[in-house]
Design a protein around this ligand. Structure first.
Ligand SMILES: O=C(O)CCC(=O)C(=O)O
Length: 303
């Protein structure tokens, strides 16, 4: 009995500690990160301070423009419209890669080495046809910065339309933070009470005072292929609870935002811009999903 109480006490302390570590205060105290980054993560939780920080930074520092490709792959898209939608809704869809570019990136993905999130020392190649998990126990497999090895991804990074959107939204020349291609595999719960995994739970990112992601699906994504879900407009306003909690359960998300959940299904090659300061998640897929992400930001704070 005494032993059980002691174990409970330790467990309680451990979960209180975990909660504190993940809280804004815990983050600020965590000296593993530079102070400027920790301060940004705290300040950014207030939209007013976040916008003020963007204006202040932009007033004294214009970033160097990234080189631009001669032609865009998206001649029919208007950066102005996309930026307006991003500001209003936190996301803007309607991007579609030309077939050849999609094929190039898929061919690259078949040759590339992916790092499993939970086994960072391993490298695996992943077959485009065989759907089985190459390293069970892992669910996310990432190829970091594919633009360094794949000319087509590099072309996207420097595409004039994409750069105009990033510049318009960031109100400064964009800095490329990273690119990634990753596979998401089904998370199989170990028991009936183990349905949740943070990899597939709602959260918002705080990677800089302002930042922007472009996601492009590399396989067809229907409801069973783990579509990305966005809670529209949550980049503009968060209540006190949400400022302190980067994560929401599905139940909390449904209770608070039932009308604003946007499930982003799409065909291979289709994509959308998103300010992932919005609450968002990748859904636990029943079948694996392959996605490309480009991330631009105002500074290198989040790198
Ligand atoms: O896999 C997804 O759709 C979600 C990705 C995500 O959460 C992120 O990029 O922050």
């Amino acid at each position: 009995m005494v032993a059980t109480n002691k174990a409970l006490e330790i467990a309680k302390r451990a979960s209180a500690f975990k909660w504190l570590a993940a809280s804004p205060v815990g983050e600020l105290l965590d000296r593993k990160q530079p102070f400027s980054y920790r301060a940004m993560r705290l300040i950014s939780r207030s939209n007013m301070l976040r916008d003020a920080a963007v204006r202040f930074r932009t007033s004294y520092r214009r970033n160097q423009p990234l080189p631009r490709s001669a032609e865009t792959l998206f001649p029919n898209c208007s950066p102005f419209t996309v930026v307006e939608r991003l500001r209003r809704d936190g996301y803007a869809s309607g991007i579609s890669l030309p077939e050849q570019s999609l094929q190039d990136i898929l061919n690259f993905s078949a040759r590339a080495e992916f790092v499993p999130d939970h086994s960072p020392d391993r490298r695996v190649k992943i077959d485009l046809v065989n759907e089985s998990n190459p390293l069970p126990g892992n669910i996310l497999f990432r190829c970091h910065n594919p633009h360094r090895a794949c000319a087509t991804v590099d072309g996207l990074v420097h595409d004039p339309f994409i750069l105009d959107v990033a510049k318009g939204y960031l109100e400064n020349e964009p800095i490329l933070l990273s690119t990634q291609i990753w596979w998401s595999y089904p998370y199989i719960p170990k028991s009936d009470t183990d349905l949740y995994t943070p990899e597939y739970g709602f959260h918002y990112d705080i990677d800089d005072y302002r930042f922007l992601k472009l996601f492009i699906y590399l396989n067809d994504v229907n409801e069973e292929r783990g579509p990305h879900v966005i809670i529209e407009g949550t980049h503009r306003k968060k209540d006190f609870f949400e400022k302190g909690h980067r994560r929401l359960t599905d139940e909390q998300a449904a209770a608070r935002y039932k009308e604003r959940l946007r499930v982003m299904t799409g065909r291979a090659g289709e994509g959308f811009f998103e300010d992932t300061f919005c609450y968002h998640k990748g859904t636990n897929p029943r079948k694996r999903r392959l996605i490309l992400q480009l991330q631009y930001s105002l500074s290198r704070l989040g790198s």
